[in-house]
Design a protein. Structure first.
Length: 209
């Protein structure tokens, strides 16, 4: 049974901690794991495609087949395979006020020892925008050469707080649910809305469905 997701109002955290410059977030006990190269190539062949990843010709349905959903074991442990992309959610439901931006640090920490673990996250997309609401998605890679089994509830990701001079809401957030508003508990959504729009435009130009 999944642990109940926590709802966190970042503005209240900051107020309670007297404007402390970092916030700690945890991982939820479910993940999406990218299938290995052999599995992916077989999926491409079954769809009559070349055995390479082609973002233009790969549909959303095929992309879903390239991932598998996984849960922690009965003791709360999860094994991160080396160099394998894994998607996770924050246990906390993030509610970011308009006058605050958050930047995710690259490495996870062990809550028990305080040591940095060889797990990196969201290196190219570390910003959590003002006005965002919902569970944050992590892109996680074990950069070591060995599998890493850890108790997920003891993993910590630190976020640095940026205080804005003026409240800021991105244009696309005014007509949407926010940066993570369409993410659902227990179901990590694949893709990026901006990138998906670009891919769809290219597919239409090439007369691809």
């Amino acid at each position: 049974m999944l642990e109940a997701e926590k709802r966190v109002d970042v503005s209240k955290i900051i107020e309670n901690r007297k404007r402390k410059s970092t916030i700690r977030l945890h991982l939820a006990p479910y993940f999406r794991v990218q299938k290995d190269r052999v599995e992916a190539e077989e999926i491409f062949r079954l769809h009559g495609m070349e055995p390479i990843y082609d973002p233009v010709r790969i549909t959303a349905e095929i992309n879903e087949e390239l991932w598998k959903d996984c849960l922690v074991d009965h003791n709360g442990f999860f094994t991160f395979s080396p160099k394998r992309l894994i998607l996770g959610h924050t246990l906390e439901y993030i509610n970011v006020p308009a006058n605050i931006g958050l930047r995710m640090r690259e490495f996870f920490y062990s809550e028990k020892t305080g040591k940095i673990l060889p797990l990196t996250t969201n290196c190219g997309a570390s910003s959590i925008h003002p006005g965002s609401a919902g569970p944050q998605t992590y892109e996680i890679i074990n950069i070591s050469d060995q599998p890493l089994s850890v108790r997920v509830s003891k993993l910590i990701c630190l976020l640095d707080v940026d205080y804005l001079e003026e409240p800021s809401i991105l244009a696309q957030q005014k007509s949407s649910k926010g940066q993570f508003g369409d993410q659902k508990r227990g179901k990590i959504k694949l893709g990026n809305p901006g990138e998906d729009w670009e891919m769809q435009a290219i597919r239409e130009a090439l007369n691809l469905k």
